[in-house]
Design a protein around this ligand. Structure first.
Ligand code: SAM
Length: 370
């Protein structure tokens, strides 16, 4: 029989003390607080399942629900080639979680907002002040900016956002809770009888080994009539004029990146497949939108040029985190060789004669009512 508790981040992270004006500031940090699990955690508290059965520790046990307390293992980060990687389910996700990477994720959130005219989603939910979204889930929330914005703009919605890394702020809207969880392990929400009205998954390319299983879980955890939405950049540069030479460093990088990710078992260029994946999972009213996002400020159009300036900066910051671990762990390249390729890629990203863009796919669909 499992017990459910909230634990505060400050249990193991002295940088995150319970704020003095926090309603739980009189709680002994070492004593987890038993809670009504249908409620949202107070800011800075995390859901924790204490199991008395075989599912005692989720770490390394794929059968168990993966939610875990913020014990030391969460912060037992792995350091490699000057970057910091997640500790929970260490090695599962090949990108770092350090400050540099968090800044990049935040910049990418801004780019998504520019692309979608400031909108956080495309699915026909919660518009015009309708509070038809009781519960929403954001999978792989990263630094949590999307979830925070969504919770702020939907105060009636209880929002849960999960990630392998505890890199989210502690001061967040009261209707939002973050959880450290592995989306590829069995989800625990059914134990709380939680069904979602909306599930959001964004920029998870290279994170997921089994997309059909993930979408099936999402389907099972949605209420009838609930919506799923996936948004992904193609991790592949396209041009309309063949201006990117096939022998360029950029092209070599993207080919190797996709090959290394495939060997690692987590497809990188998943974007072109998400439409079919959503259809295959049984969703209806599936809608797809594809936009072009330039990778460098080569377009003449003013809006695209501005978008491209942000995108170029973001690309400069993303080629290392995406490639470093995959090239060293999977392709067994040494770091001088990796950095030499990355230097070439940066040169290509500065070359305005290469009219590169990435397609951004946004697909949403609805779980049927019957
Ligand atoms: C590129 S970031 C995207 C963050 C966020 N979705 C956004 O759009 O800004 C991918 C995130 O997915 C998380 N992640 C990767 N694999 C995961 C998994 N199996 N379960 C939960 N989160 C995962 C990573 O820790 C990382 O924070």
């Amino acid at each position: 029989m499992a017990q459910y508790t909230w634990r505060h981040a400050s249990n193991s992270n002295p940088d995150n003390p319970i704020p003095t004006d926090h309603p739980f500031n009189n709680v002994n940090n070492n004593e987890p607080l038993l809670v009504d699990t249908t409620t949202i955690a107070p800011t800075g508290y995390f859901y924790h399942r204490d199991d008395n059965d075989d599912n005692d520790s989720a770490l390394g046990d794929d059968k168990a629900s993966s939610t875990t307390s913020l014990n030391e293992s969460i912060f037992n980060y792995q350091y490699e080639n000057g970057r910091r990687y997640h500790a929970f389910r260490a090695g599962a996700y090949p990108l770092p979680n350090d400050e540099m990477e968090q800044d990049r994720m935040d910049m990418q959130h801004h780019i998504y907002l520019l692309l979608f005219g400031g909108e956080l989603y495309r699915a026909p939910i919660g518009r015009n002040g309708q509070s038809d979204i009781g519960k929403a889930l954001d999978i792989g929330c990263g630094t949590g900016l999307w979830a925070i914005d969504f919770a702020d703009s939907h105060p009636e919605t209880q929002v849960i956002a999960t990630d392998l890394s505890y890199i989210q702020p502690t001061w967040v809207p009261p209707n939002l809770r973050f959880e450290i969880d592995d989306a590829e392990s069995e989800w625990h929400f059914h134990e709380e009888n939680i069904k979602f009205d909306y599930i959001h998954i964004r920029s998870m390319a290279g994170s997921i080994a089994d997309w059909p299983r993930l979408l099936q879980r999402a389907y099972d955890h949605l209420s009838p009539g609930g919506w799923i939405e996936l948004t992904e950049f193609e991790t592949w540069a396209s041009t309309d004029d063949n201006s990117l030479p096939l022998n360029s460093a950029y092209h070599q990088y993207q080919v190797l990146l996709c090959e290394a990710a495939a060997s690692f078992g987590k497809e990188m260029n998943i974007a072109p497949h998400i439409h079919q994946l959503i259809l295959n999972a049984g969703f209806v009213h599936v809608h797809k939108e594809v936009q072009k996002c330039p990778l460098s400020p080569w377009p003449k159009d003013r809006r695209l040029k501005e978008l491209a300036m942000y995108m170029n900066l973001q690309m400069m910051e993303s080629i290392e985190p995406y490639g470093l671990a995959l090239f060293s762990r999977v392709l067994k390249w040494d770091t001088p060789r990796i950095y030499a390729l990355l230097d070439g890629v940066r040169m290509d990203l500065r070359n305005l004669n290469y009219h590169m863009y990435s397609r951004v796919h946004c697909v949403y669909g609805q779980k049927p009512y019957n």
